[in-house]
Ligand binder design. Sequence first.
Ligand code: C5J
Length: 223
Amino acid sequence: MRVPVQVDASPAPFTFDPATTALVVIDMQRDFCEPGGFGETLGNDVSLLRSVIPPLQQVLATARELGMTVIHTREGHVPDLSDCPPAKLNRGNPSLRIGDPGPKGRILVRGEYGHDIVDELAPARGELVIDKPGKGSFHGTTFGAELEARNIRSLVVTGVTTEVCVHTTVREANDRGYECLVLSDCTGSYFPEFHRVALEMVAAQGGIFGWVAPSTALFDALV
Ligand code: C5J
């Protein structure tokens, strides 16, 4: 592997040093990816997110082999919901609201089975897990401080959903000066059209929010 690594990406090659790059795995939780969780209460077909898991498993394995920083995030709230603004709690007409008991525990509440990461992508010992109350990874968390403490400059961003928590995190990171590569097949949405357009939005206008590439381009760059 030659450093810096150069990935064939859109709109231009993405160059990074694994020593100063974090793999960020956003919200690959049962609450979003499996039946009986938050995603399903909102009327979504959660099976649409399953295709993200196999390529993301490969990317995780590669990042671990390279000794890269790996950070997982989980969206959710403390049990008394004091960190859940009424605007989020009361919005829409879900079949179950945040905090209600569901088949996988209380919906989107920390410590519940449904809130945790799917077995296939379980964090390894020593990997950071950031619990966040919002869609972005910086708001109300230590994510920014953890990146700074590790001298991270670039992020390889994966997870769900592309147009919500992935996009919000990439926008927040871009404003803070991080260079973000979004892996197209390692992100997913309940709305395939939103996924496609969200990725286009990242790379448009010369990469206004960052870069986009499939995981195969990352693997090709690492040989
Ligand atoms: C959503 C997320 N979609 N993790 N959360 O509400 O994208």
